[in-house]
Design a protein around this ligand. Structure first.
Ligand code: PMP
Length: 401
């Protein structure tokens, strides 16, 4: 278990800056964005940085939205989302992952999965409650948990254990203040997945300590070697797990801003109260696009997944052939090779790689202390770009390491 307060005090720049709420002052801007501002406007740089499919949203989805606009569908939707979208989400989760939810009161549609994560943290965190977050993990979890009053507890999901969360590590992190466990498998940044057997002992600990689980399953469709297993599908876990997902990744719909949360109706009703007063509803066109993607876009999703699978082989084999150890990413679209043998800090390595070889990757330390010594490379890029990035990386390693 790591130290509980990972943020450094930020500098005050004016008299007004001390008027900004302390928790907002204390968190730093996203390490990924800051890094990628360095690449802006330079076409020579190959970016394997941002976690976004390189596909545009399929044509029939865009066409469905154009028709909806022409019909004048420009109003608010019900707070919880279009009833037909909630029904499609419930059907889809049942058919794809065996999860059963009533579309009436166990599904809410949100502004991306990002809003769902924030709503859940706001709804369940009281000051001082401990929020357990595996490290390395998605860059937004610590700041949003902290902004919502939580005390952060990072547990190690180390390379040595295949970047999985283990019952031993979780057990050690539990205190009487533990309230929430945030998990994300398939994982950003490591590509790790959890099996039913991996989840079993975790679920026992969660139940024994009456925790709520926020399970971010935004990459659930993108598993390459086995079917995704949600922790919510284990006995007794549905009622204490909020499953959070969306359309950004598997359906190539990042800009539409549609996600969802599913779970126990009492917990969801608490989240819905906040959503009503803040977002009101997810964008109507995004919701119409999401209905179309679930009704007629499953083959597009499968096609994109096959592309990612091929790119994964190309890229991971390429990394290994130039001497970088890389744990097999079984899901999502990230490789997380180790640079430990170079003795370099991931930030120095990534900056030098960017400046001298024109390849942008994300230094592992931004994903928490467990990420140091690694680089996150998104392989949601064309095979030609991946091949060029590998060549540049190989020359860089030969000259500099
Ligand atoms: N969770 C994880 C693990 C992610 O990688 C991302 C996007 N990078 C999100 C949530 C947010 O996705 P969105 O809000 O677009 O649904």
């Amino acid at each position: 278990m790591y130290k509980k307060q990972p943020f450094l005090p930020q500098e005050h720049t004016s008299l007004l800056s001390e008027r900004i709420a302390p928790r907002v002052r204390e968190i730093a801007p996203s390490g990924i964005r800051a890094f990628f501002d360095l690449t802006a406007g330079n076409n020579e740089i190959i970016s394997l940085g941002v976690g976004e499919p390189d596909f545009t949203t399929p044509e029939h989805i865009r066409a469905a939205c154009i028709r909806a606009l022409e019909r004048g569908e420009t109003m608010y939707t019900p707070n919880a989302g279009l009833p037909e979208l909630r029904a499609e989400i419930a059907r889809y989760l049942q058919e794809s992952f065996g999860l059963e939810y009533h579309s009436q009161d166990e599904v809410i549609v949100t502004v991306g999965s990002s809003e769902a994560l924030d709503l859940a943290l706001r709804a369940f965190t009281a000051p001082g409650d401990e929020v357990i977050i595996p490290s390395p993990g998605y860059i937004a979890y610590s700041p949003i948990a902290y902004l919502n009053g939580g005390t952060l507890v990072e547990v190690e999901a180390a390379a040595e254990q295949g970047f999985k969360l283990t019952a031993e590590a979780l057990e050690k992190a539990i205190t009487p203040r533990s309230k929430l466990l945030m998990v994300n498998f398939p994982n950003n940044p490591t590509g790790a997945v959890m099996t039913y057997e991996d989840w079993e002992p975790i679920a026992e600990i969660v139940k024994a300590h009456n925790l709520i689980v926020l399970s971010d399953e935004i990459y659930a469709e993108l598993t390459y070697d086995s079917r995704h297993v949600s922790i919510a599908s284990l006995p007794g876990m549905k009622e204490r797990t909020i499953v959070i997902s969306g359309f950004s990744k598997a359906f190539a719909m990042t800009g539409w801003r549609v996600g969802y949360a599913c779970g126990n109706r009492e917990l969801l009703a608490a989240m819905l109260k906040i959503h009503q007063y803040t977002a009101m509803c997810a964008p109507v066109l995004g919701q119409i696009a999401a209905v179309e993607s679930l009704r007629h876009g499953l083959r597009d999703k499968d096609y994109m997944k096959e592309c990612f699978r091929q790119r994964r082989s190309l890229f991971v084999e390429g990394l290994r052939s130039i001497g970088l150890h890389c744990h097999e990413p079984q899901g999502a679209f990230y490789a997380f090779p180790s640079i430990r043998h170079t003795g370099r800090k991931s930030e120095d390595f990534a900056l030098q790689l960017l400046r001298e070889a024109g390849v942008a990757v994300v230094p592992g330390h931004v994903f928490g202390k467990g990420g140091e010594g690694h680089l996150r490379c998104s392989y949601a890029a064309s095979p030609a770009k991946l091949a060029e990035a590998l060549e540049r990386l190989e020359s860089f390693m030969k000259v500099k390491m």
